[in-house]
Design a protein around this ligand. Structure first.
Ligand code: RTP
Ligand code: MG
Length: 140
């Protein structure tokens, strides 16, 4: 595997619960490096670009509503295989199904809402990572 970068976001639910430090702790404990870090409330415009692949799906509008509802912690991390590596740290999309030991498995649950509030986002491929980092950290 080559050295790669991934965009990690502690979503509004994770930020509001004070889990940014816990997520970054796990990233660093795994051995990945923090390359960039910011707290920001994303605009709908940024989120429409970020989630373009999901446009038209039933959870798209609730997802944009949720993601623009408050501050998030956004980070670019770096390391060999960090794209699949962080996805493994995050666990399955649905926190109820995510394995214990993962971020979503240890810290997440179903809150009975329209969109899955699952604490973190992580890029799913080198192409997504390059695209997403361009949206969130255009100066990198
Ligand atoms: P992410 O993009 O946030 O890292 O998560 P993911 O790849 O595991 O999930 P993805 O399929 O890309 O979906 C993006 C986010 O949309 C919300 N979602 N809710 N049926 C639902 O309620 C539903 N499905 C997806 C989640 O917040 C998911 O992370
Ligand atoms: Mg995704």
């Amino acid at each position: 595997m080559t050295i790669e970068r991934s965009l990690v976001i502690v979503k509004p639910d994770g930020y509001a619960r004070g889990l940014s430090g816990e997520v970054l702790r796990r990233v660093e404990a795994k051995g990945y490096t923090l390359v960039a870090l910011a707290v920001t409330t994303p605009t709908r415009e940024m989120l429409a670009a970020h989630y373009a692949e999901h446009e038209g799906k039933p959870f798209y509008e609730p997802l944009l509503e949720f993601m623009s509802s408050g501050p998030v912690t956004a980070a670019v991390i770096e390391g060999q295989g960090c794209i699949p590596g962080f996805r493994a740290l995050a666990g399955a999309t649905n926190p109820t199904e995510a394995a214990p030991g993962s971020i979503r498995g240890d810290l997440g649950r179903d809150w009975g809402e329209k969109v899955q509030k699952n604490i973190v986002h992580g890029s799913d491929s080198p192409e997504s990572s390059a695209r997403e980092i361009g949206i969130w950290f255009p100066n990198l």
